[in-house]
Design a protein around this ligand. Structure first.
Ligand SMILES: Cc1cc2nc3c(=O)[nH]c(=O)nc-3n(C[C@H](O)[C@H](O)[C@H](O)COP(=O)(O)OP(=O)(O)OC[C@H]3O[C@@H](n4cnc5c(N)ncnc54)[C@H](O)[C@@H]3O)c2cc1C
Length: 454
């Protein structure tokens, strides 16, 4: 099969060097790969992807679609005997249409490159995962990536208009016209978004664009309690001044970040902290004043206005230190990605504090409070087997807690290899059965990213 692929795609497109295979076998989750791959195959066109799928399908060989391997759930990890289909060479922005407000791009385009290119046309691509400078558009679509601007613009799914997809048997389909409105069939575009490489290989993506927003500015507010910060966040969310970013950190995270990097300028007496930003072109000053007023009303002990781009970047950078700073406390940490209805956030934080107390391990929580999507981090000493075991049990308890509060075990990072049993528990056998039935229709031989997500 590899000889046949080399003849069709060229020698350099089919790699079996063990070092390359090892390097392409893992994403950033730290999950152990589910097997040793056969080869890395690097197509440069939809036709080549189709040929690879047709060939693999005829022989029942598994195929793992891969982007930049920044995933946090093991979704792109190798499986036994698989072709690792590395799509990063398909990295062309095909078209930017300023009338229809769409961009068409290949899956290997780096997210930030698309954003920068459309900005040169005075346009805006809204999805902004923190990995945007590394991750690919194909990976973002396949994981339905979130980010800090979702509170205003929604997740990646909300930006996707249409997909070109190579099916498991090599056939090429387009899921829908790229129009704003298109209801002539079941919504296969949405089905493919977030499917983590299990239903088809995404080979071209049409995304909706927006006119460029204004410069980002806002406030940070420090509070004496989580409850006060959440009350302020909730009031902002139901008010007329929709923020473009609404982030939260609890006291444990603030202390860890200050200990990790004191230059970030976070207040060392805060028990909870909000970052509230606006990108309104016409009403930014009113937005900022309104956020400050709400924070004051809820007893903020300190409010700082962030009105220059450098300060805003520093604050976003500080928030992004969550994982490294928390891991630094004890040597390692387990990063969670739970989402609950916003009205349950207060209970989530109280129950996390109780859990931390009970198990004797620090848990610090930060995240996208406007979306109800928080990232608790359970810190532990990896050299202490007892502590490591307790940390993993605590991780399971946090996933159960999210479900108990009516939420989900993953708001944006996905299932991959890591959360299969958790999502089984969340959805139950009937829904899981329906989802596996959909997989069987699209991939009856089960060759697309087997053992992941479903
Ligand atoms: C520092 C850092 C910050 C991050 N911040 C965020 C964040 O803010 N929000 C967020 O949601 N995630 C975040 N992530 C997770 C990760 O970046 C996203 O999941 C991202 O969308 C993965 O893109 P990728 O190109 O690296 O895909 P990969 O990791 O290579 O693949 C991810 C999944 O997509 C599938 N896939 C990839 N390309 C295709 C394709 N063309 N067709 C079909 N399936 C495909 C793979 O099989 C796999 O299941 C972060 C990760 C890191 C390391």
């Amino acid at each position: 099969m590899l000889t046949q692929l080399r003849e069709s795609l060229g020698e350099q497109a089919v790699v079996v060097d063990p070092d390359v295979l090892a390097a392409r076998s893992h994403d950033r989750s730290g999950a152990p790969a589910a097997g040793t791959p056969l080869a890395v195959v690097r197509p440069t066109s939809t036709e080549q992807v189709s040929l690879v799928m047709r060939t693999a399908h005829a022989r029942g060989v598994p195929v793992v679609p891969q982007g930049a391997l920044t995933g946090l759930a093991g979704g792109a990890d190798a499986v036994e005997g698989a072709i690792l289909l590395d799509l990063t060479a398909m990295n062309r922005i095909v078209r930017i249409d300023p009338i229809d407000l769409v961009a068409v791009a290949q899956p290997g385009v780096i997210t930030a490159d698309l954003a920068t290119t459309v900005a040169e046309h005075g346009l805006f691509y809204a999805p902004d995962p923190a990995s945007a400078s590394e991750s690919t558009l194909g990976g973002n679509v396949a994981t339905n990536a979130g980010g800090m601007r979702c509170v205003k613009y929604g997740v990646t799914r909300d930006a996707v208009r249409s997909l070109e997809v190579v099916l498991a048997d090599g056939d090429v389909v387009r899921t829908s016209p790229p129009t704003v409105k298109a209801v002539g069939g079941l919504d296969l575009t949405s089905l493919l978004v977030g499917s983590e490489g299990t239903l088809g290989v995404i080979t071209e993506i049409t995304v909706g664009l927006l006119p460029a927003p204004g410069p980002v500015r806002g406030i940070t507010a420090s509070f004496g309690s989580n409850q006060a910060a959440l009350d302020a966040a909730n009031e902002i969310m139901v008010g007329p001044h929709r923020p473009s970013t609404l982030e939260f950190m609890d006291g444990a995270v603030i202390a860890a970040i200050i200990a990790y990097d004191s230059s970030v300028g976070l207040p060392d007496d805060a028990k909870a902290w909000l970052l509230v930003l606006t990108d309104s072109l016409t009403g930014a000053a009113e937005d900022v004043a309104a956020y400050a007023e709400v924070a004051r009303h809820h007893g903020a002990v300190r409010i700082d206005v962030a009105d220059d781009p450098e300060r805003v970047d520093d604050l976003l950078r500080a928030r992004r230190l969550l994982n490294v700073a928390m891991h630094d406390l004890r040597g390692d940490g387990l990063n969670e990605d739970v989402a609950v209805p916003r009205g349950k956030l207060a209970e989530l934080l109280v129950r996390l504090a109780e859990l931390s107390e009970r198990v004797g391990l620090p848990i610090g929580t930060a995240g996208h409070v406007g979306d109800g999507n928080l990232h608790p981090v359970v810190c532990f000493d990896p050299n202490d087997p007892g502590e490591t075991r307790i940390a993993h049990q605590t991780h399971e308890a946090i996933l159960r807690l999210a479900n108990e509060l009516g939420g989900t075990v993953t708001g944006e990072h996905g299932i991959g290899l890591e959360k299969l049993s958790a999502v089984d528990a969340e959805l139950g056998p009937r829904l899981r059965g329906l989802q596996r039935g959909i997989k069987d229709v699209l991939d009856p031989a089960g060759i697309l990213n087997p053992g992941k997500k479903l």
